[in-house]
Design a protein around this ligand. Structure first.
Ligand SMILES: Cc1cc2nc3c(=O)[nH]c(=O)nc-3n(C[C@H](O)[C@H](O)[C@H](O)COP(=O)(O)OP(=O)(O)OC[C@H]3O[C@@H](n4cnc5c(N)ncnc54)[C@H](O)[C@@H]3O)c2cc1C
Length: 458
């Protein structure tokens, strides 16, 4: 009843951009986890003032409200687990101001990452974070999850590129925090607190992002291995030789088979692992680094082949294969527990060995691929959902994967966040005292616990 009064107010504020029909509610009820929670209503604001009004209404009537980008999140962060309002940022998609002199850009949070990259290209600039989902994820979602992409090895993750934010607090207050200054230590760093907070503390409405010149040149290499352990050790050898590649991605045997089966692009089915390495910079520096990496590979036993993409088209084909892994895994089994564990890069080989042991122990296919250059492994435990026994084994295997990862000094998530799917494991990693501190911070921002409740163990 109380909620209904709030909804009535929102309807009069937003008119046709207030949706409460069943179809719209279903459309905004899921994300990439494929879990489904129906919101009571969906709202599509077009500016910060409207978001502030919406938040004030949600606050007054104590209605749960969940910010939503494009719903590509892998941990259920954008799901309305307690119903309430789905707050879509999709209409807030304006690139507001490009400041070429300071190499920064102000954007609304609903801008899709790839659209921003395309906008920046003619100016010779890029926003370095490039999640594989860049064509269907928003800057707001990237900020909320502190996303990273293949280029993270050299350029870092989203938090390294956000200078200021405009946010709306759960009580409707609008705040701009951060600045264009390179150095700025006035007060607590609220920008850093909001980045990675998974939409639990404030709604991000605008962001000031730092940019970087598009490198003069880049080269893409594909290296095929007869053994995954050798591939992992090669990653360490490359880092030890003081080369910082833009990206080092790896793909294991089952992922190779799944992609080849779906796309027929000539991937070597006999291989145990493939590394995709990109280096960028000035032409001479890039070519020198390719030569160094080639020398390391030629001197490593277990390397089946080494090739450098001869042009951009060939490089694109290699990257398309990598970006296609996730959607092609459905060919193995219809169920997938997709984790994004991360370990120190020196522990990569050990973690992969542990995963292979767990796969044998539970008699399940576990596909591993991901960002080898920063130790971030996408571990996909595949199972048939119509088998109760297989489903149980998959969840046990996941427990073992997290335990192995934590015992190697790793983290349960490198980029996908905690959301709802990893909340049971968070305390194991960060400890009880940290969780209590998170709860105190949450309370300071959101005393009525209306913004994205029941996430991150809050
Ligand atoms: C095929 C595939 C590949 C992927 N590859 C990568 C990858 O390489 N790297 C990576 O990091 N992730 C990856 N992801 C995960 C996902 O794309 C990212 O987490 C992305 O940042 C989510 O953006 P979104 O706009 O879809 O957000 P949503 O899924 O809509 O929301 C994610 C979270 O952000 C919050 N949120 C969204 N917008 C706002 C806002 N304006 N203010 C406050 N909170 C907000 C939501 O409440 C939710 O908690 C991948 C996903 C898929 C499906």
């Amino acid at each position: 009843m109380v909620r209904k009064r709030g909804f009535k107010k929102l309807k009069s504020l937003l008119g046709e951009r207030f949706l409460d029909d069943k179809l719209s509610r279903v459309q905004y009820s899921y994300d990439a986890t494929q879990k489904m929670y129906l919101p009571d209503v969906v709202v599509l604001p077009v500016n910060t003032d409207e978001i502030s009004q919406i938040m004030k209404t949600a606050y007054k009537y104590s209605i749960p409200i969940v910010p939503k980008g494009w719903g590509s999140g892998f941990t259920g962060g954008a799901l309305n687990v307690e119903g309430g309002i789905a707050l879509s940022l999709e209409k807030m998609d304006e690139i507001i101001e490009l400041d070429q002199d300071n190499m920064m850009v102000w954007v609304e949070s609903g801008v899709v990452n790839y659209d921003l990259q395309e906008f920046l290209k003619p100016y010779g600039l890029m926003f370095p974070p490039d999640p594989s989902s860049w064509k269907f994820s928003t800057i707001g979602g990237n900020i909320a999850e502190n996303a990273g992409g293949p280029r993270a090895v050299k350029y870092g993750v989203v938090k390294d590129w956000v200078k200021a934010l405009e946010i709306v607090l759960p009580n409707g207050t609008t705040l701009t925090t951060g600045s264009k200054n390179i150095k700025d230590v006035a007060g607590y760093d609220i920008v850093d607190l909001i980045v990675g907070s998974e939409g639990t503390l404030a709604v991000v409405t605008k962001a000031l992002l730092k940019l970087y010149p598009i490198p003069e040149h880049k080269e893409t290499m594909e290296i095929v291995f007869e053994d995954m352990g050798v591939a992992a050790k090669t990653v360490s050898s490359i880092m030890k030789s003081r080369i910082i590649p833009t990206s080092i991605e790896f793909v294991d045997k089952d992922a190779i088979i799944a992609v080849e089966d779906a796309m027929h692009i000539g991937l070597p089915l006999s291989a145990d692992a493939v590394l995709i390495i990109e280096v960028d910079g000035a032409v001479h520096e890039t070519q020198e680094n390719v030569k160094k990496i080639e020398d390391i590979c030629r001197n490593t036993e277990g390397v089946i082949s080494f090739r450098v993409a001869k042009d951009e088209k060939e490089a694109d084909e290699i990257w398309t294969a990598r970006r296609s892994i996730s959607p092609t895994l459905k060919r193995i089994a219809d169920g997938k527990l997709n984790e994004d564990i991360v370990v120190p890069i020196t522990k990569l080989a050990e973690m992969i060995k542990e995963t292979q042991k767990i796969s044998k122990k539970y008699n399940l296919t576990i596909v591993s691929f991901g960002h080898a250059g920063d130790g971030n492994i996408h571990t996909n435990i595949m199972y048939n959902t119509d088998s109760e026994d297989e489903t149980k084994r998959a969840y046990k295997a996941m427990d073992d994967v997290f335990d192995a990862c934590l015992s190697l000094g790793g983290s349960i998530t490198g980029e996908h966040g905690v959301g709802i799917t990893k909340q049971d494991y968070l305390e194991k990693q960060v400890g009880y005292d940290a969780i209590e501190l998170y709860r105190a911070i949450k309370k300071a921002f959101d005393d009525k616990n209306i913004l994205n409740p029941k996430k991150m163990r809050l």
